[in-house]
Design a protein around this ligand. Structure first.
Ligand code: ADX
Length: 205
């Protein structure tokens, strides 16, 4: 299944609700948006996303993190790490994130999402200003030096195949709305504050 393919089912009809997007936003007092974190495994995507989620919820905003490892335990438990499976992973998450945004939730996603074309396809699924791409710019060497989950060691030993940054590619974004220096140049607090400042600037919070 690709991003562009038509539904396999025929005889299906789109149903509209009783509220326009604008009415929903007004009644709920909150805009939906997708904050898409991308970067290598161990680059800090989930850590920053969870800090931002906490800060938003403490400020009365409905926010929710979709996390790579977690989603692969459920919705995407049938997917591995081949290029095609990674694309399908991101396609499904893109659709789920869009549903969250339509429900006026601030949806934070933390997936490696190594392919530029896949991230751009999710951007295209969402309306203007509804997709904010944040690159966690820690390098493979910096992630390997931390190696929180011990996966770089295993990948280098050949125990994990197609490991991003070691034996599988990562394509950095060239038009990310924000680049976080999560390799060590900035602290978690600084990265979190920069994301919140961007959300404020864009009128999301
Ligand atoms: S993605 O490439 O399809 O976007 P995703 O974010 O869902 O990846 O999952 C990445 C997580 O799976 C990593 O943080 C790591 O914990 C784990 N993982 C296991 N095998 C691999 C692999 N071959 N490449 C990258 N990550 C892997």
């Amino acid at each position: 299944m690709s991003f562009q393919s038509s539904p396999v089912s025929k005889n299906i009809t789109w149903h509209h609700g009783k509220l326009t997007d604008g009415q929903r936003e007004e009644k709920l007092g909150q805009k939906g948006v997708v904050i898409w974190f991308t970067g290598l495994s161990g680059s800090g995507k989930s850590t920053v996303a969870r800090e931002v989620e906490l800060a938003l919820i403490e400020n009365g905003r409905n926010a929710f993190v979709l996390d790579g490892d977690n989603v692969r335990h459920g919705l995407n438990k049938n997917l591995g790490f081949s290029p095609a499976d990674r694309t399908e992973n991101i396609r499904r998450i893109g659709e789920v994130a869009k549903l969250f945004a339509q429900a006026n939730v601030v949806c934070l996603t933390a997936f490696i999402s190594p392919y530029k074309a896949d991230r751009d396809a999710v951007r295209a699924l969402l309306g203007p200003g509804q997709f904010i791409e944040i690159y966690c710019a820690a390098t493979a060497d910096e992630c390997e030096a931390r190696d929180v989950k011990g996966l770089y060691k295993k990948a280098k030993a050949g125990e994990i195949k197609e490991f991003t940054g070691v034996s599988a590619p990562y394509e950095p974004p060239d038009k990310a709305e924000l680049v976080l220096e999560t390799g060590g140049k900035e602290t978690l607090e600084q990265s979190t504050r920069r994301v919140l400042a961007l959300l404020q600037q864009q009128g999301i919070i």
